[in-house]
Design a protein around this ligand. Structure first.
Ligand SMILES: [Zn+2]
Length: 280
C-alpha cells in the first residue's frame, strides 16, 4: 500500500489543479476512515463544470467548491451515498442550481436524476462515463474521464489505505470483480475519494487484489482448525489494530467468509457465530 498522505498536504478549502481538466478540494473531515478528508473534484476547464462527490454537509467546504465552480457547475455527481461523500449534495445544489445525480436514492441522498453503468455526462471539452463498481457499496459508481483515461474512484480505491467492505451492502466477490474490471480499463490515473492522485493505477489495483487474496488465504487458514468466531480471527490477524478500526476489520473478515461460503470453501453463521473451513 502507498504511504498514508499527511493531512497538511490537503489543507481544507485549497483548490489544487491536478490535470488540465481536474481540480480537487478536500473537505475538513480527516479521520481513521477518511484519511486526510473527502476529496471533491471539479471537472472542466471551459464553459461547464461537473462536481464529483460534494462530501459532508460542511458550509465552508461547499462555499469553496461553489466558488471554484465560478457559476459554471452543471451537474453534481456522487460516487455513493455514504456520509462522507453525499450529504453536502443538497447544499451544493442550493449554491449552484445544478442537479444531483447518482445511482439511487438512499441514506438520505435523493438524486434529481439517476445513472446506470455506461451512462455519459458531457460537458465543454470532456465526457464522463459512469462505471458501476459494487463492492464497497452496492450503489457505488466510479466515473471515467474519457479524455484523460482518469478514473474518479470514490471509495472503490483509496490512496494510502484499503477499503472497508461491510456486509450486507458490502460484497467482497463483487468488490474483487469491480477491481478486475478497472484493471482491464488501461487507466492512466485514479483520482480517489481520499488521498493523493494515483499515477500508477494498475500497480495500485494489483496491490489491492494481491492484498485481498493474501487476506483470504489467511482467513481460510484461521478457520481451518475448527469453528472460530470472527472476533477471534480479527484478534489473530490484526493484532496491532487501533480500537476504532476493529469493528471494520470484523466486517471485512465477515465479507471474506461470505465470499468463501459462496464458493463452498467455508461455512458459518453470520457476524457473531462460528465459522470453519469446508473439509476437502
Ligand atoms: Zn464509502
Amino acid at each position: 500500500m502507498p504511504d498514508v498522505p499527511a493531512r497538511d498536504e490537503f489543507p481544507p478549502g485549497r483548490v489544487v489543479s491536478l490535470t488540465p481538466r481536474v481540480r480537487r478540494i478536500t473537505a475538513s473531515n480527516p479521520g481513521a476512515m477518511t484519511g486526510p478528508g473527502t476529496n471533491t473534484y471539479l471537472v472542466g476547464a471551459g464553459a461547464d463544470v461537473v462536481v464529483i462527490d460534494p462530501g459532508p454537509d460542511e458550509a465552508a467546504h461547499l462555499d469553496a467548491v461553489a466558488g471554484a465552480g465560478g457559476g459554471r457547475v452543471r451537474t453534481i455527481l456522487t460516487t455513493h451515498t455514504h456520509p462522507d461523500h453525499a450529504p453536502g449534495a443538497p447544499g451544493l445544489r442550493e449554491r449552484t442550481g445544478a442537479p444531483l445525480v447518482g445511482f439511487e436514492a438512499r441514506d438520505g441522498f435523493v438524486p434529481d436524476a439517476t445513472l446506470v453503468d455506461g451512462d455519459r455526462v458531457e460537458g465543454d471539452g470532456f465526457t464522463i462515463i459512469a462505471v458501476h463498481t459494487p463492492g464497497h457499496a452496492g450503489n457505488h459508481l466510479c466515473y471515467l474521464l474519457a479524455e484523460e483515461v482518469l478514473l474518479f474512484s470514490g471509495d472503490h480505491v483509496m490512496s494510502g489505505s484499503t477499503v472497508v467492505i461491510s456486509p450486507p451492502d458490502g460484497d467482497m466477490s463483487a468488490y474483487l470483480a469491480s477491481l478486475e474490471r478497472c484493471l482491464a480499463m488501461g487507466l492512466r490515473a485514479i483520482a480517489p475519494g481520499h488521498g493523493r492522485l494515483i499515477d500508477d493505477p494498475d500497480a495500485a489495483l494489483r496491490a489491492y487484489l494481491d492484498h485481498r487474496r493474501d487476506r483470504e488465504r489467511q482467513i481460510l487458514d484461521a478457520v481451518t482448525p475448527g469453528p472460530v468466531t470472527i472476533d477471534e480471527v480479527v484478534a489473530a490477524l490484526y493484532p496491532d489494530l487501533i480500537d476504532e478500526l476493529i469493528p471494520r476489520a470484523g466486517q471485512s473478515v465477515w465479507a471474506h467468509l461470505i465470499k468463501l461460503a459462496g464458493e463452498g470453501r467455508a461455512f458459518g453463521t453470520g457476524r457473531t457465530g462460528a465459522w470453519q473451513a469446508t473439509r476437502e
